[in-house]
Design a protein around this ligand. Structure first.
Ligand code: SF4
Length: 483
């Protein structure tokens, strides 16, 4: 691993804004947070994957992966980050390194040629170049190639130095944040500024969630200057340093950007969520209050309260028809990070009962929030082995499971309704409209008649007398006896 990358990782681990670090001493902090990686550890996403996830939603740039084809192929477009315009971000660009490049040491030349070709064909405002394990191990200097290409081609080439082997997906998110801080944010000036410009950090516009909250800000006259990185354009991110307030949506991912922007440009930040009615209202209130503190007109507070009142009433009226299906239903929530508390609070708002919520990838602060919301930590679990999870569902301990796609089959095998709550989902759940969507999807999953059908005994298991003489059990038994 190069010295500069080692120093960058040490710096990320030393992040004072991270709440885990706050509880550690200087020496312990420098050791870092990663557990030693074991074979297969990257199955949940390597550092490169994390960096790509965090930056790919910048829609008008070329995202070029320097490495073997599979690195790009494995993770391409698995998140449905939506764009309202440019589509170049959805094209997979890779240098497709092969054995001969490794033997001949021609990786850097191949990378330069790939950048040149991508610029000639697509004329992007920037090229993001991602390092992966193979070029990092053979010593390709992507930073030098990017510098050279930027000078020669006149297009900013941004090195994203987060090869998979350095650690987890979360570390990759932070290294992506460092690439933005080092090479992008503060490099351009906006065409104009207003006293109500804000940035949202850590929101990726999955299934169009940003579009559920952007209109709320617009109605208040708050300008969303840059979303880092959902549906973003390069210029917006490059001039994000002129915003008045930063809202951080996913605490663990881009805390380094929020903290360093406060340090470098004096932009205050707060952490919030757009999942649930109450949290959406709190996010709007906090944004307005911080903007007023930084010079926006004081009447913004009253207008925000008026909008919150109207939107909450409208959302509750739309949710009312679903209450009968949802109230008192028990949920097993198997997600992590910020969703472990934001979804809990959203579900409790509509009267559902949380059987347990997993706190994998959750920070200490996330766990504190769960305790605060649920008034106990009894429902927090770290990870549940599939066999245990199956037993829980099979024994009817929950009426529905909310999780990512990988655990859906455990629920389906246990004949339990399941709803996708992770990044691969196709329905947007943010803001007031998102909450109505979530409620509708939950009701649809719970009331689906398929559960009644699959839970009934199979026709050949029903004794003939119980089935009014029409059971298949008798003919099947007779056939078996004849055989
Ligand atoms: S960067 Fe490394 S760990 Fe990640 S997909 Fe490529 S080879 Fe695998």
């Amino acid at each position: 691993m190069s010295r500069s990358l080692q120093a960058k990782i040490a710096d990320v681990f030393n992040e004072p804004g991270c709440d885990k670090n706050a509880a550690k001493g200087e020496k312990e902090r420098k050791k870092g947070c990663s557990k030693p990686l074991t074979p297969g550890a990257a199955a949940g996403g390597c550092a490169f994957d994390g960096a790509k996830i965090a930056l790919q939603p910048i829609t008008d740039v070329v995202h070029l992966v320097h490495g073997p084809l599979a690195c790009e192929g494995n993770g391409w477009d698995n998140r449905h980050a939506a764009s309202s315009g440019p589509m170049v971000y959805r094209t997979g660009f890779t240098t497709d390194l092969a054995e001969m490049d490794i033997i001949m040491g021609s990786g850097e030349k191949r990378l330069y040629r790939a950048i040149r070709e991508a610029v000639a064909r697509h004329d992007p405002p920037a090229v993001f170049v991602y390092a992966t394990c193979v070029p990092a191990l053979i010593g390709d200097d992507i930073e030098a190639v990017c510098r050279h290409a930027s000078e020669k081609l006149g297009v900013p080439c941004i090195p994203v130095n987060a090869p998979g082997f350095v650690g987890s997906k979360n570390l990759g998110n932070k290294l992506a944040g460092e690439a933005l801080l080092d090479h992008v944010i503060g490099t351009m000036e906006p065409e104009f500024t207003t006293p109500t410009d804000i940035n949202i950090l850590g929101e990726y516009n999955l299934s169009g969630e940003l579009w559920q909250v952007r209109p709320l800000f617009e109605r208040l006259g708050i300008r969303l200057h840059a979303c880092v990185t959902g549906d973003a354009r390069y210029r917006e991110v490059a001039s994000a340093h002129r915003a008045r307030v930063n809202m951080m949506v996913c605490s663990t991912a881009l805390i380094n950007i929020a903290r360093k922007m406060e340090e470098r440009y004096g932009i205050p930040y707060f952490e919030g969520s757009f999942y649930g009615i109450e949290d959406t209202s709190t996010a709007l209130r906090t944004t307005a209050a911080l903007l007023v503190r930084r010079g926006a007109p004081a009447e913004l507070i009253d207008r925000t309260e008026a909008l919150i009142g109207a939107e909450e009433a409208r959302a509750w009226a739309r949710i009312a028809p679903y209450r009968r299906s949802l109230e008192g239903k028990r949920v097993l929530l198997y997600t992590g990070g910020v969703k472990s508390w934001s979804i809990v609070s959203a579900l409790m708002e509509i009267g559902m009962e949380i059987v347990s919520t997993s706190t994998r990838k959750s920070t200490r602060e996330d766990k504190e929030r769960i305790k605060e919301i649920m008034k106990t930590d009894a429902h927090m679990v770290d990870s549940i082995p599939p066999r245990e999870m199956y037993a829980k569902l099979r024994n009817g301990e929950a009426d529905i499971m909310l999780s990512g796609g990988r655990t859906q089959f455990t629920a389906l095998k246990a004949k339990t309704p399941w709803l996708d709550i992770n990044q691969e989902r196709h329905v947007a759940y943010a803001g007031y409209d998102g909450m109505v969507n979530l409620v509708a999807e939950l009701a649809r999953a719970l009331d689906n008649p398929v559960w009644r059908e699959v839970r009934r005994p199979a026709p050949w298991d029903v004794p003939a007398s119980a089935a009014g003489g029409s059971s298949l059990a008798a003919p099947v038994a007779a056939a078996a006896a004849r055989a």
